[in-house]
Design a protein around this ligand. Sequence first.
Ligand code: NAD
Ligand code: WQD
Length: 339
Amino acid sequence: MPKDTILVTGGAGYIGSHTVVLLIEAGYKVVVFDNLSNASKESLKRVEKLVNQKITFIEGDIRSREDLQKVFDSHNIDSVIHFAGLKAVGESVEKPLKYYDNNVNGTVILCEMMAKNGCKSIIFSSSATVYGDPATTPILESFPTSATNPYGRSKLMIEEILRDVYVADNAWKIVLLRYFNPVGSHQSGSIGEDPNGIPNNLMPFIAQTAVGKREYLSVFGDDYDTIDGTGVRDYIHVVDLADAHVKAVGKVKNFTEVMTINLGTGKGYSVLEMVKAFEKASGKKVPYQIAPRRAGDIATCFANPSYAKEILAWEATKGIEAMCEDSWRWQSSNPNGYN
Ligand code: NAD
Ligand code: WQD
């Protein structure tokens, strides 16, 4: 039986490119839509090599009705996996309108154009950031939500907008996937995370330090109430994350309510545990210095992932060793990312 055609917005980006590989391997037809604001065509060239076929790519912006209409005119889209968005927390504090326009307005226009063209099935990239500073861990989907910055608020707003869309028209099929901390890369090391400038996130910063691009890692705080005083997070391998999207797209048409699902491993690691694991995987030293806490950071964040197992028949399979080894393979063979 021929498989569905999936529109992947933001499909040239970090999580999107990995998901495109797995979708194609699972037999789906894929249309990638991206404005390349935080990605390059090189990632898609690498994906083509991995899957040994041409990728259908349409360059465009989710805020452009014209760009989106071109997609629906040329392809019969069954479901959308919606990764397109801006994700830098610090930048969102400085430029909130840019984030609300790109993320919130962009999603509104995307949904409007989907409905107009008879496609009402969407899987949305939400984030564990919507839990704010949780009272306890592990975090369940039923925990209260809040936002501490415009990026996080844009994710919360989009979740609420999508729930309203469903209330107004129950024909919609909507999955909200709340990612914990995606890290690692495809095991080939040919695609991976390629942040612009100085990385904000821990894993790419560690990898760039190990490869000699950064002198040392600043560890933001060692006086949290955690195992060693440094922040604890639920790091999840990007290939596991991509696999959850393949599972979600296979089930989305059967859902009769908006599904909200955590994607994490259920295990938390501290900053210093990550440093140690990376040193072991890479055989390189990762020099670090203790620095003040970063504004807005919380002590501990990790998922209770049991709902994903129940609903998607999915669970993370790759541990911290694979996360570090694969991240190192990408970083060491591409010290300057896709450039
Ligand atoms: P990414 O920046 O690598 O990918 C996002 C892609 O969307 C980029 O290729 C970018 O060019 C594209 N894009 C942005 N705005 C667009 C627009 N208006 N029109 C078309 N394309 C546009 O980021 P990622 O890490 O792959 O994240 C994917 C999604 O997952 C994002 O929505 C992000 O907020 C969410 N998320 C990421 C993380 C994380 O830590 N990486 C955690 C939780 C949620
Ligand atoms: C992890 C830990 C830092 C960098 C962010 C977003 C969140 C989500 C994922 C999109 C923390 C420490 C970090 C460094 C450090 N993104 N750290 N030195 O903050 O959990 O989440 O990315 O949705 O919304 O907020 O991830 O990788 O930035 O930090 O010590 O140079 O590493 O303090 O404890 P975070 P992170």
